[in-house]
Design a protein around this ligand. Structure first.
Ligand SMILES: [Zn+2]
Ligand SMILES: [Zn+2]
Length: 574
């Protein structure tokens, strides 16, 4: 059972207890637990297996730890089943709508027989709900909007699609005179891999001008709301963008508030309360005097709370506030630390550009090296290289390296891991290459046991340096293959092998949570774009985002090494 499923159960328990009119502290405790578990970076299942106490999770006491263990190990929780049995199922469905509390849900289901979100939508539109519930137009409209939001929430948009659209909008707004500090906040700024709504914030001498300019942009479709300092609209690609204007001197507070995460901000507000301070999007108020202090930067905001600045990618309520208090926030890896790309394809296999074009583009990006890693020529992969073609490519790269200055091209291959765990090319040729990355491209539905064994075989093969896109997932398209990643990470650490964070925005494989775990187990990671064209080299920032969310520092990432040191690491197997 995954953490998000466990969290959902505890949230349901909180809702049901509220309906029963239970003690408010008890209800709050379950709500807190649900949020803490939902955002906890480590899978509870693993913690339990390793005998690690669940009480290290904020808000989890002894009783809840016991319930969690029951739920995670058996897949059900007696207490929850008993509680649910006291209520009708239809009511439970309605509770999923954010604007509908347990009391309303109960009444809708017991008095009108409404038992699903769709039925409720129809009933509101038919006017069947308004009268018995004395539901004003405004409230009814609100519930309908929540239902739509709920449906949108199921269709989160990958960051790779959202970010370019948002950047286009920011660039367009930038041309409005007086518009300043245009910034994407929310989950986009935290670099979540998929996004719901986009929060944009900005300052201006005349906010109205920016709002009017925003709703008039060609990228903007339906305008959902428009006021003098904020507007919401659906933009190209189906994203909802909420633009909000701040005063210049409170920009830092609004940026902090709008960036979230929700749970991070709740923890921060609790901390403020203990310091007799009240936090809001406008600033920090001293409770005793009610005097509001404003902050033009986030740094000042965090410092006022006695905290080190916390990078947005870490604001997920996973211990970052304690670390900031101790001054122990790590110096996270950043794009400028990256010295080269270790996974790319050219026209030799299924890529678009030549080796030289890719090399020159990498040099323009300030890189010291780029590895050319075509597909191997085994079954199923179009234009893969066999031994003979690979040798011809090696000669081309050798000649190129003599000619080019300022960039070194590494020879390499993305060798296919066959269904039986063997590699698609022989040792003779693999041992000649600067870098060998290995990856699965077929038979992804093998049993977990087989899949894991297959990856372990590759990791233990002396010719292999890097395991590429380890889970083979495609966000929104293909679930991760069934793999015992713990075993894979431990083997990689033991064998001194590198595991890839594939930066293709539809892959992001390893994910943030998996990368965090790998790093924790001492696995060295590589952030690679898997570029199939020059433009794809720009995907590096998505991989860096994942690494930052995984608390990675430069020393955790292989391709922050300068060329000579990188070659020393890669050569140790040869
Ligand atoms: Zn691949
Ligand atoms: Zn590839």
């Amino acid at each position: 059972m995954r953490n998000s499923e466990v969290a959902r159960v505890f949230q349901d328990i909180a809702d049901l207890l509220e309906l029963k009119g239970e003690n408010v502290f008890k209800i709050r405790a379950y709500q807190r637990t649900a949020r803490a578990i939902e955002h906890y970076p480590k899978e509870l299942k693993i913690m339990i297996e390793e005998g690690e106490g669940l009480q290290s999770i904020p808000g989890v006491g002894e009783a809840i730890a016991r319930k969690t263990t029951e739920l995670v190990t058996t897949g059900r929780l007696g207490y929850y089943e008993d509680l649910k049995a006291e209520f009708p199922q239809g009511m439970m469905n309605l509770l999923a709508i954010p604007g509908v509390g347990p009391k309303t849900a109960n009444k809708l289901s017991s008095e009108l027989g409404i038992s699903s979100v769709d039925e409720l939508e129809r009933a509101i539109n038919d006017g069947r709900v308004a009268k018995p519930f004395r539901l004003g137009d405004k409230t009814a409209e609100n519930i309908l909007q929540q239902i739509q939001a709920l449906r949108r929430k199921d269709q989160r948009i990958p960051i790779g699609e959202a970010l370019p659209v948002v950047e286009e909008i920011i660039a367009a707004l930038g041309s409005i005179p007086g518009a300043r500090n245009l910034t994407a906040a929310g989950s986009l700024r935290r670099f979540r891999e998929t996004l719901g709504d986009i929060a944009l914030i900005a300052t201006a001498d005349n906010p109205r001008e920016v709002i009017d300019g925003f709703v008039a942009l060609p990228q903007v479709g339906q305008v959902l709301a428009q006021g003098s300092t904020k507007a919401s609209a659906i933009v190209r690609g189906g994203l909802q963008v909420d633009l909000r204007m701040a005063e210049h001197d409170s920009f830092g507070s609004l940026l902090q508030y709008s960036t979230g995460s929700k749970q991070h901000n709740i923890s921060l507000r609790e901390r403020g309360r203990r310091q007799r301070l009240k936090l809001s999007e406008y600033g920090i108020a001293v409770i005793a005097t009610d005097k509001l202090e404003r902050f033009s930067t986030e740094e000042e905001f965090y410092h006022r709370l006695g905290l080190q600045y916390i990078p947005p990618e870490l604001r997920e309520a996973q211990g970052e506030i304690d670390k900031a208090e101790q001054g122990a926030i790590p110096r996270l890896v950043q794009l400028s630390d990256i010295k080269g790309d270790l996974h790319s394809h050219t026209e030799w296999s299924d890529g678009h550009d030549s080796v030289e074009e890719l090399a020159l583009a990498a040099r323009d990006m300030g890189y010291q090296y780029i590895a050319i890693t075509e597909h191997s020529g085994g079954r199923g992969i179009a234009h893969g290289l066999d031994v003979e073609r690979l040798r011809r490519q090696l000669a081309e790269i050798r000649a190129l390296n003599e000619r080019l200055t300022g960039i070194h091209v590494l020879t390499g291959i993305e060798v296919d891991i066959r269904a039986d765990g063997s590699l698609d090319l022989p040792h003779e040729i693999l041992s000649e290459l600067d870098i060998v990355i290995a990856a699965v491209h077929s038979a992804m539905h093998q049993s977990q046991e087989k899949m894991t064994r297959r990856l372990l075989d590759a990791i233990e093969d002396p010719d292999v340096d890097v395991l590429a896109h380890p889970t083979c997932r495609l966000i929104g398209e293909r679930e991760p293959a069934a793999i015992d990643l713990e075993a894979v990470f431990r083997a990689a650490a033991r064998n001194d092998k590198i595991v890839e964070i594939n930066a293709m925005p539809n892959r992001l494989d390893l994910s943030d949570i998996n990368a965090f775990r790998a790093k924790d187990l001492g696995v060295k990671l590589a952030i690679s774009t898997d570029a199939h064209s020059i433009a794809h080299l720009g995907f590096m920032r998505f991989g860096v985002g994942v690494a930052r969310r995984a608390w990675c520092e430069p020393q955790h990432i292989l391709n922050t090494l300068p060329l000579a040191e990188l070659l020393a690491v890669l050569n140790r197997n040869r």
